[in-house]
Write a protein that binds this ligand. Structure first.
Ligand SMILES: Nc1nc2c(ncn2[C@@H]2O[C@H](COP(=O)(O)OP(=O)(O)OP(=O)(O)O)[C@@H](O)[C@H]2O)c(=O)[nH]1
Ligand SMILES: [Mg+2]
Length: 481
């Protein structure tokens, strides 16, 4: 009777983790008998088939051209995330601010006045260019805003902040004084990545001889596929020499007029031909930013709730493995991931799993942990920590208990991390992306393998699992250490 049940469950999709916790006391030995590995192979084949078909169907949301309906759709998505946050957070003030921003975005769609941010490194001529534009080129519908200089070691604002700010404008004028430096190139790439309309302005071209100008301009156009123009916002005075009829030579300095004609022509074209488009694209960027901000807050709220859930299952797994120490690594992996934990964490992230689905996820993760060698690595690391803390192995299941707790923690944290990276679910039933789950497991495991973290975790677990005698030993070893 006892033997039949796991076979059935295993055949359905490797779901004995929950069963195991329920039956720990009498079943541990029996599992070993009928070959856990073959069960894994059977169940494993099933879930691999099921999960590999799941593909990431998300397409980039921000590639030109942007139409009004798409922007409205994105604003609605941002609003949905804000609404979800409103249901889960205990901070109504934040929600209020976010809601105001959503309303503002909708109004933004019909904004008439446009904004151009003027950015670039220190002293490239931002202020001067704006002055010249204002005094010689009258366009009421376009305002210029100078950003703080980029690439400053001790700048008040980081480059990322400056670029984020610049991205809230409709056009970015990115100034450079010659060939691009690496950091200039990277900043331009970042602007491009968020679909920001950018004009690369080669200012101070008067510093170059005419044929040099041409080659700089060509090189800029070659490197950046964006629009490139050359300007001289405030050309240096030039020496003018005049030979007079009587043979004398007269010399004086002359200040050439600013040369911004290529730029103003480009700007005029953009404002008249693409004005509406540009405003929509800006609104789109702002909506995506707002959505990301709301999602961050939501993830933080949910993360706070997830930690005690993980801890609860961590100690359940620890107690079970400690009481019934079975050395087989695969049992450790499976015992560590409780299907009920998957369900509980899933529901925190609006991902409703049926018990069967949760069991599949648990089995998948156990399999991944084994395949990635995480189970073996952590057992070894934990034994080492225990030995170095002079903890004797009076209780035989200590390594197993601590390992089970540790693996539960890794699995729980990975699931949380995985859910947090997903789009905020407005309906459940999203299929699992096995590749992403594997990557997340690996990276979470690596983060948690740091010696300091591991040591404090082991100490915490030992305190939980062992009687007073062991604990005093632990404390002693801390004092003598
Ligand atoms: N030769 C030449 N000098 C220029 C040109 N444009 C600006 N300058 C000079 O470059 C210097 C810096 O100009 P700003 O306009 O203050 O530069 P900025 O980018 O606003 O500088 P920060 O705000 O301090 O980063 C000034 O002395 C300008 O006169 C130009 O086209 N040619
Ligand atoms: Mg300035």
């Amino acid at each position: 009777m006892k033997l039949r049940r796991p076979i059935l469950v295993g055949g359905l999709g490797l779901s004995f983790s929950l069963w195991m916790l329920q039956n720990l006391h009498d079943s541990m030995v029996q599992i070993g008998e009928f070959g856990l590995l073959s069960l894994f192979a059977l169940g494993g084949g099933l879930w691999l088939l099921k999960l590999n078909r799941t593909q990431d169907s998300s397409k980039p949301e921000n590639s030109l051209p942007v139409d009004r309906a798409t922007v409205e759709g994105t604003i609605a998505k941002a609003e949905a995330v804000v609404n979800q946050l409103a249901q889960e957070t205990e901070n109504p003030q934040t929600v209020g601010t976010l809601r105001e921003q959503v309303a503002y975005l909708t109004a933004e769609l019909d904004r008439q006045e446009m904004i151009a941010a003027v950015t670039g490194g220190k002293s490239v001529g931002k202020t001067t260019l704006i002055e010249v534009l204002k005094s010689t080129w009258c366009q009421n519908s376009l305002q210029f805003q100078e950003t703080p200089p980029l690439f400053q070691e001790a700048g008040e604002k980081s480059d990322a902040d400056i670029l984020t700010q610049a991205n809230k404008s409709d056009i970015v004028l990115f100034l450079t004084n010659g060939d691009l430096t690496d950091s200039e190139f990277q900043s331009l790439q970042q602007l491009k990545a968020v679909n920001q309309s950018t004009i690369l302005v080669f200012n101070k071209q008067d510093h170059y001889l005419p044929d040099e100008r041409v080659s700089v301009l060509q090189s800029l156009k070659h490197r950046m596929s964006s629009i490139v123009v050359a300007t001289a916002a405030s050309p240096s005075p030039m020496k003018v020499r005049k030979h007079q009829e009587d043979g004398c030579v007269q010399e004086w300095l002359e200040v050439p007029a600013p040369d911004i004609q290529q730029l103003t022509q480009q700007l005029s074209e953009m404002v008249t031909q693409q004005g509406q488009q540009l405003v929509w694209a800006t609104t789109m960027r702002k909506a995506l930013l707002l959505k990301a901000e709301a999602k961050n807050l939501l993830n933080r709220t949910r993360g706070d709730r997830a930690v005690p859930v993980i801890e609860q299952y961590q100690w359940i797994a620890a107690a079970a493995a400690f009481a019934n120490p079975v050395p087989a690594l695969d049992i450790l992996a499976t015992a560590a991931i409780n299907a009920q934990m998957v369900m509980d964490l899933g529901s925190l992230y609006q991902q409703t799993f049926s018990l069967e689905q949760a069991q599949t996820v648990a089995g998948t993760m156990g399999g991944l942990m084994l395949k990635l060698g995480l189970v073996e690595l952590s057992s070894k690391a934990i034994s080492t920590v225990l030995k170095s803390n002079a903890i004797t192995f009076v209780a035989g299941g200590l390594v197993q208990g601590v390992s089970a707790a540790y693996l539960t923690r890794i699995a729980g944290l990975s699931l949380v991390e995985y859910f947090q990276q997903q789009e905020v679910a407005t309906h459940s039933g999203t299929a699992l992306n096995l590749d992403k789950l594997r990557q997340t497991l690996q990276s979470v495991f690596q983060q948690n393998q740091q010696m300091g973290l591991l040591q404090s975790f082991v100490k915490q677990s030992v305190k939980r699992l062992t009687p007073q005698a062991q604990q005093s030993q632990l404390i002693e070893s801390e004092i003598t250490a």
